[in-house]
Design a protein around this ligand. Sequence first.
Ligand SMILES: Nc1ncnc2c1ncn2[C@@H]1O[C@H](COP(=O)(O)OP(=O)(O)OP(=O)(O)O)[C@@H](O)[C@H]1O
Length: 373
Amino acid sequence: MEILVRYGEIGLKSEVIRKNLIEILRKNIIKLFRKYEIDVDVKILHWRLLVKVNTKGKEELAIKLLKKVPGIVSYSPVYVCPLNINEIVNYAVQIIRKKLKEINKEKITFAVKTKRSNKSFPYTSPEVNRIVGEAIVEKLGLEVDLTNPDIVLGIEILKDNAYLFTEKYEGFGGLPVGSQGKVLCLISDGIDSPVAAFMMIRRGCNVVLLHLKMNEESLNKVRKIVEVLSDYDTQLEFVVYDYKKDIEDIVEKLKSIKKENYTCIFCKRKMLKIAEKYAKYLGCNAIVTGDNLGQVASQTLKNLKVIDDVINYLTLRPLIGFDKDDIVKIAKDIETYDISTEKEIKCPYLPKHPKTIAKIEEIKKIKEKVKLI
Ligand SMILES: Nc1ncnc2c1ncn2[C@@H]1O[C@H](COP(=O)(O)OP(=O)(O)OP(=O)(O)O)[C@@H](O)[C@H]1O
């Protein structure tokens, strides 16, 4: 099986950068397929990649896996045909004939959509559409429907060959992983932080996922999430830090001065402080969290400011402006949603009335009183 892979934004870059990104993309495809013991050859074509799946019986898996490679916008299993209009017509008729066997319907309609990037091919795209379309009508008796066809036959005319296909799968787009440096993502068992990590992977970052462990149940969920995300970034690193003592210390100290409502703020400050240490040690360029504005009462700009104040490191919150529905949709698409929601584990340290608008002067006073970060 051969699959034609299309990239998007990579194509907008200068030639030197584009070549570099395409090579990273090529290697990423090979790495992911190797993980699933699929032997592939990936050839770089003009504006496309051609993935040749050599392992028999793994074709369906190969199609699923390509969705998990950032940088890919869409892809199609293809028939590779010589650059000759008669051959293209012959291939087209055979492909449609085969496709007809899969469709159980009386009157089947079709459309031909050609894209010619090889301008030295002597027929324009509309001409190819017409010639191939007429042959299909004549030989197979189908009807043309350009708005809502049962079968769309795609033809891409590239430098070396014509590529014919009837299926087109969507990728996530973005940039190849490994092209934009490394970030440290704070990951919990919730819906948001796996999506935040994915957003950074999609933009080409390698990620280190850091989980601050408070209980075994959450850690088990996070482990499953890590497994899913490590298909998108095959070099993903996962670090677990035992956080129980730290959070208990925070809760105890705040209780002693009746400031329990500051628990979330001091907890997040401590998390960022720990994250900063790991980020520096592991060579990460930024820290990433799944925070969102106003999703819970304590996620206010003022709170985020006093939380960020504890470190001096680039902190990114890729979901800050997203609606919950948008986040849920992505979580479902990347297959972390079911894991995040399989069992809700409530934070046992959550105070009754978390502080919504924290002031830095108040934080300073508390810090000094009970020695917190
Ligand atoms: N136990 C944890 N380990 C690592 N990071 C965490 C942990 N808990 C929270 N975070 C980070 O802080 C962010 C905001 O925390 P919040 O308490 O709102 O998260 P949550 O509701 O538990 O999970 P999520 O934001 O992933 O849906 C998270 O998105 C995540 O980046």
